[in-house]
Write a protein that binds this ligand. Structure first.
Ligand code: SF4
Length: 405
């Protein structure tokens, strides 16, 4: 059947009568693409992620797609993101927007105004309830913070990682503890009402006392949200090379102890652990990440960004120059396109859901497995849902594999 038509997002698909018995309409994009869906009939997508790949300096432990800032590439990159946004706008009415990276705050105030103003002109932001932007403490200024608020950003996530000078040096961070403290004060002075601070534990050479001190110093500032991540040794990082050489690596007992210390200390200070690595004051949970962990659809813009829409997952090329060239040249920008089958969808829901305090519906779990978890004190049942206990959360990844049977 060769009859085609275009959906509201400009994607070409076979005439619907051909695919009437399917819940999604497979299209072939002129036989050039691996597959996709017509979003015309799909529910509105409520989450938007924008990946800004530039960083003032590349940290040796970081596996996100990023590159050192290069002023010559930035304007073309911004044009490409806006062009991509134009094509993605149909069926997208974000309640949450998240600018991550990389370092979004590495963009100048004028560039942020160009990008956010441009997105607002192309995408329906009328339903917006949360707009987060990641900032590096070294790139915070009062002028930038005020400009962001004027553009609608109402939540800032700042990568503090540690307050200790030696540990910041180990992590290769460009900021100092006092600078991060000052940046936090600037954000508050500007009127940012919702601030997250990121911390890392399990850093080579980090003592329990240093970790406790980092947690206490963070709580003292009174942010709305605290993320506490265990350092991981990802491939293609300098830290991974250190791990291979035997110079550093995870220490499971120490990491578990630090994790428990964080949960105890932060919960004691009024921050609820609503996800394994995330703690928030009541009502300050990150809506954007909750949507992702609950398996809701989202659109992603920028190099290496993922989009999950209508049962399909696509990833943009992880290459800023390639991404920019392809988008501005009207070419296919995807590095991968995959249909999320029922098995994969179920596993993701279980793996992500069990990391959350709200847990997952019992019906999607292996029932004998649930009995075992509850009997061993690793999970609790409540109102048809199953959630892990603190002890269970230490084993969340292994439990997820067991629970899908
Ligand atoms: S940790 Fe943050 S600042 Fe460092 S390289 Fe990664 S994205 Fe950039």
């Amino acid at each position: 059947m060769s009859k085609t038509r275009q959906c509201q997002r400009g994607w070409i698909f076979f005439d619907r009568t051909v695919c009437a018995e399917m819940s999604v309409v497979i299209f072939d994009m002129g036989l050039a693409r691996a597959g996709g869906v017509c979003f015309e009939e799909c529910a509105m997508v409520r989450h938007l992620y924008v990946h800004i790949p530039f960083c003032p300096k590349v940290c040796p432990y970081c596996s996100f797609y990023k590159e050192a800032s290069d002023r010559n590439k930035t304007q073309a990159f911004l044009d490409a993101v806006l062009a991509e946004a134009e094509g993605e706008a149909g069926g997208l009415r974000p309640e949450t927007v998240f600018f991550g990276g990389g370092t979004p705050s590495a963009l100048s105030t004028a560039q942020l105004e160009c990008l956010i103003g441009g997105l607002r002109g192309r995408i329906d932001f009328s339903g917006l309830r949360e707009f987060t932007l990641e900032m590096n403490p070294a790139t915070v200024s009062l002028e930038k913070a005020r400009a962001l608020l004027a553009l609608g950003v109402d939540r800032v996530s700042m990568g503090v990682q540690s307050w200790d000078a030696e540990l910041l040096k180990t992590l290769g961070r460009v900021h100092s503890g006092p600078q991060a403290r000052r940046s936090y004060e600037i954000l508050r002075e500007a009127g940012v009402g919702n601030v997250n601070l990121d911390l890392i534990f399990g850093i080579p050479g980090q003592s329990r006392a240093q970790w406790e001190e980092s947690l206490r110093a963070t709580v003292e500032l009174g942010p709305d949200h605290i993320s506490a991540y265990c350092l991981t040794y990802e491939e293609d990082t300098e830290f991974f090379k250190m791990f291979v050489r035997g110079e550093a690596g995870p220490v499971p007992e120490r990491d578990a102890e630090f994790f428990e210390l964080a949960a105890e200390l932060l919960e004691g200070a009024g921050y609820g652990q609503y996800e394994i690595s995330n703690f928030a004051r009541p009502g300050r949970e990150c809506r954007h990440n909750l949507g992702y962990w609950r398996g809701e659809d989202y659109a992603g813009l920028g190099p290496s960004a993922f989009s999950t829409r209508g049962g399909w997952r696509r990833r943009n090329v992880a290459d800023t120059e390639g991404y920019t060239r392809r988008v501005l040249g009207g070419l296919d920008r995807f590095e991968s396109v995959e249909k999320i089958d029922e098995g994969a969808r179920r596993f993701e829901r279980v793996a992500l859901g069990l990391r959350m305090r709200e847990g997952v519906e019992e019906g999607i779990l292996d029932s004998a497995g649930v009995e075992r978890l509850v009997a061993n004190g690793l999970a609790v049942r409540d109102g048809g849902r199953v959630a892990l206990t603190r002890g269970g959360r230490l084993l969340a990844d292994e439990i997820a594999v067991e629970m899908v049977g």
